[in-house]
Design a protein around this ligand. Structure first.
Ligand SMILES: NC(=O)c1ccc[n+]([C@@H]2O[C@H](COP(=O)([O-])OP(=O)(O)OC[C@H]3O[C@@H](n4cnc5c(N)ncnc54)[C@H](OP(=O)(O)O)[C@@H]3O)[C@@H](O)[C@H]2O)c1
Length: 338
């Protein structure tokens, strides 16, 4: 089969196209013909190396894949050839709190991922695709959408009328927008681009802020919320945005710590963390139960993921370059043309 492998930890150039044996599913495993996969910022981190606990070489990259079941291993009862499926980011985090087995079961990091003609899933980490979604749409769900769900629902306990702050218009934030609106929340979203903000507004964002035009965007957030602050911020930035996110959250609010788009330098501790009794919680994608609950809500509301562009398998490295340049809005997808 055709596959890509991250060979050395030194960026996109370290990813090579190779020919590998098509894997055979072992007990409890499922062989899937890849129809589409989607990229996440995390796939750049994996290529760059240093992806803690999940830094194996050589590795087939990319966590988010959708495809058709080809064959199943011994003991698999819940899936059969022909089923349309996606794999949970963590193959062995089924429900409840994260455990040791879950932590080292990240597709495209700790174990081989999906950027190949065929990939292996474990039965417990496999979820059926609802009929209304295409393979390309379903391929966007495991990482970014589940992360947004985890932060909004499991960490933030979202309820109608809450105000949610989203940073930028990448994969996690655009899913955050769709899910938060479907659950009756008010959404504030930032971007470096007025054009992207107009698109976010057309999707239902209540308030938009250009973070380049307004570097003190936390002040705008407080203005919009009449000084109250938001209930939950999906903090995908890191250095330079973390303090502003803390300043944007109201009493008893939540900072869902998700990403490091702007780097990892240590933030300064703010007294408001204490005086506003903030919940500062790390979010690491999610369990199979979270993915299933999120898919059920999306189906109920007939939500379609926002795909910026679809690339062919042979153009996968162009998709990586596009991701690195951050020109996209929503998700970048690679479709299998064979
Ligand atoms: N913890 C987890 O489980 C988890 C899961 C998924 C993702 N993540 C992390 O979350 C982050 C986002 O991931 P993603 O896949 O959504 O990334 P992405 O699609 O690559 O997002 C890129 C967008 O982020 C925005 N951005 C960049 N710098 C920004 C800043 N200073 N302030 C506000 N927005 C900024 C830009 O939006 P505009 O172009 O609109 O300005 C950019 O287009 C990454 O660090 C990723 O590693 C973590």
């Amino acid at each position: 089969m055709r596959a890509y492998q991250v060979v050395e930890p030194n960026g996109i150039e370290a990813i090579q196209q190779v020919e590998l044996e098509t894997p055979t599913p072992g007990p409890g495993e499922i062989l899937v013909k890849m129809k589409a996969c989607s990229l996440n910022y995390r796939d750049l981190l994996v290529a760059n190396g240093g992806y803690v606990r999940n830094d194996v070489r050589p590795i087939i990259p990319v966590s988010d894949g959708a495809g058709e079941v080809v064959s199943v291993g011994a003991g698999v009862n819940g899936f059969k050839p022909g089923d349309r499926v996606i794999g949970n980011f963590f193959q062995h985090w089924v429900d409840g709190q994260m455990g040791d087995a879950g932590l080292t079961s990240a597709l495209g990091g700790a174990i081989n991922g999906v950027l190949a003609d065929y990939f292996i899933l474990h039965e417990e980490g496999t979820v059926k695709i609802p009929d209304y979604l295409s393979y390309a749409e379903a391929a966007t769900l495991p990482c970014a959408a589940t992360t947004a769900w985890h932060a909004l629902v499991d960490v933030g306990g979202i309820k109608p009328g809450d105000t949610i702050l989203l940073l930028g218009t990448g994969g996690v934030s655009i899913f955050g927008l769709q899910l938060a609106k479907a659950m009756g929340a008010e959404v504030i979203i930032t971007s470096s681009s007025d054009e992207k903000l107009a698109r976010a507004k057309a999707m239902g964002a209540d308030h938009t802020i250009n973070y380049k035009t307004f570097p003190d965007w936390e002040q705008k957030v407080l203005e919009i919320t009449q000084g109250r602050g938001v209930n939950n911020v999906l903090e995908v930035g890191g250095a330079g945005t973390f303090e502003k996110s803390v300043a944007s959250v109201g009493v008893n609010g939540t900072v869902s710590v998700i990403g490091i788009l702007t780097g990892l330098e240590s933030p300064t501790l703010s007294l408001m963390t204490i005086f506003n009794l903030l919940h500062i919680q790390g979010v690491y994608v999610g369990s199979v139960a979270m993915l299933k609950a999120m898919v059920a809500l999306m189906e109920k509301h007939q939500l379609h993921p926002v795909i910026d562009h679809c690339y062919s398998f042979s153009d996968a490295m162009q998709a990586y370059q596009q991701l690195a340049s951050a020109g996209h809005f929503g998700k970048l997808v690679i479709e299998n043309d064979q």
